[in-house]
Design a protein around this ligand. Structure first.
Ligand code: 4AD
Ligand code: MG
Length: 430
């Protein structure tokens, strides 16, 4: 018997195939049973008709417990109502392992219960769909970078110094020395850009943020391209191509999943370059016009970001933030040192910042001065300063948060379901 994957059933129309998977759900009424079988690639309905099967087989069909592992044989037929477009007319079934009473029933559960059972929850259709989109986002991002000449250079996770401020560091002991979990691979990406020109780092990053919001994870994944000889204009041009490619690829390859999640696809279809650009100053003006009291120099919070994006149908670059609100390494604007050459990219529909990026300071003296102002220990950054000593060039880069991007593309309310095993404030289980 031909073993097939649910996602590829269209190749087997009219044929009999074998699906190796698990029983997700069952409805039965007398002489007919509808088994929803999942195999990892998707979900398919297998229809078991009593008078077309031997009694043993039909009995199995109506008695196998939820989430048991099963091997199902059936004939593939088109069904316009099915999510994937196909269903199976069941011809045989084998029970591989009978499941005990499954804790996640098909009724509603509280979110704490579901998070405690995250190792099982990821089997469900919505979780599965969101994580398939995550997979697609990562593949599309890496694919685009690869075909545009970016070399992947991994950065260490255990680091001697902060990149994004000292207040959110996870400290650990490194054979008697202090070490920190990486907040960003950027500083290493900068070193690599001087060796390879266009590079990216991709890995888990850690922020000990005591914030419990829908948009913050303690551990999240970030993809960080860095380009030698690129200014902030080029940086933004790359970002809008990059993000548009990611969205387009999800629309092409994950339509089934996005539809299952109820995503309004027309909103995603609008995501094309160029993305609008507004300065921080203009954004502050907009906020004040909308009745916000806002002090110049402050960073935007979630309600501000929502208000700023409200008039736009695609991501918006907010540029030239106050120097005091941003990280130590950002290049000041010529003739106006109180703002830096940076941009945050805010996703539409209230999803907020998905990218932070900037041109980097390439002048040694200025970088040293900034590090002093930020009270950063010189010794830990000696190697980083070397990059400004030996062939320094203007360079720029950015970091895209994977889970924030997936939350936006899938139209999900909460970032915690955009990563297989979220680390949240006060949650490290499972
Ligand atoms: O703006 P951030 O802090 O920028 C950096 O880390 C730079 N070093 C990147 C660079 O230029 N190479 O973070 C970048 C992105 C944010 O826009 C957001 O998408 C995501 O990382 N992010 C988070 N995602 C989930 N939970 C958190 N706590 C996050 N903090 C940042
Ligand atoms: Mg940021």
């Amino acid at each position: 018997m031909q073993v097939a994957r649910v996602a590829e059933l269209s190749r087997y129309e009219g044929e009999e195939v074998r699906i190796q998977g698990w029983l997700y759900n069952r409805r039965s009424s007398g002489k007919i049973a509808f088994l929803i079988v999942r195999d990892g690639s998707g979900f398919v309905q297998a229809v078991a008709v009593s008078n077309e099967l031997d009694p043993e087989t039909f009995k199995l069909c109506i008695s196998i417990p939820q989430e048991s592992s099963v091997v199902v044989d059936g004939r593939v037929r088109q069904d316009a109502r099915a999510a994937g477009g196909y269903e199976l007319l069941l011809t045989g079934i084998q029970l591989v392992s009978a499941a005990e009473e499954y804790p996640i029933t098909l009724k509603e559960h509280g979110v704490d219960f579901l998070l405690d059972h995250r190792h099982l929850w990821i089997r469900g259709p919505r979780q599965h769909a969101a994580l398939m989109v995550r997979h697609e986002v990562i593949a599309a991002a890496e694919g685009w970078l690869r075909s545009n000449g970016f070399i992947k250079v991994d950065a260490p996770i255990l680091t001697p110094a902060a990149c994004e401020g000292t207040s959110t560091l996870f400290e650990t002991d490194y054979f008697g020395e202090k070490a920190y979990l990486s907040q960003s691979g950027q500083l290493y990406a900068e070193a690599a850009a001087m060796a390879f020109g266009r590079v990216y780092v991709f890995g888990p990053t850690f922020r000990a943020e005591k914030s419990k919001t829908r948009r913050h994870l303690i551990e999240f994944w970030m993809i960080e391209p860095e380009m030698a000889y690129a200014d902030q204009e080029e940086n933004m041009a790359v970002q809008e191509e990059f993000v548009s490619h990611i969205v387009r690829t999800c629309l092409e390859n994950r339509r089934v999943e996005l539809t299952l999640l109820g995503r309004d696809l027309s909103k995603l279809e609008a995501v094309k370059p160029p993305f609008p650009r507004i300065t921080y100053d203009e954004a502050v003006e907009m906020l004040r016009e909308q009745g916000f009291e806002f002090t110049w120099g402050d960073d935007f919070g979630a309600p501000h970001e929502v208000a700023i994006c409200s008039g736009f149908d695609r991501p918006v670059f907010v540029t030239e933030y106050p120097t005091e609100a941003k990280a130590f390494y950002m290049q000041p604007k010529e003739g106006r040192p109180e703002v830096v050459k940076c941009a945050d990219l805010l996703a539409p529909e209230g999803y907020g910042e998905i990218i932070g990026g900037s041109e980097r300071i390439h002048d040694l003296a200025l970088l040293e001065q900034r590090m002093e102002e930020h009270k950063l220990p010189r010794d830990s950054y000696a190697w980083y300063l070397d990059l400004r000593r030996y062939g320094s060039v203007p360079h720029s880069g950015f970091g895209l948060g994977i889970e924030r991007t997936v939350a936006w593309i899938t139209g999900s309310e909460h970032i915690r379901e955009m990563i297989p095993f979220p680390r949240l404030l006060n949650r490290i289980y499972p």
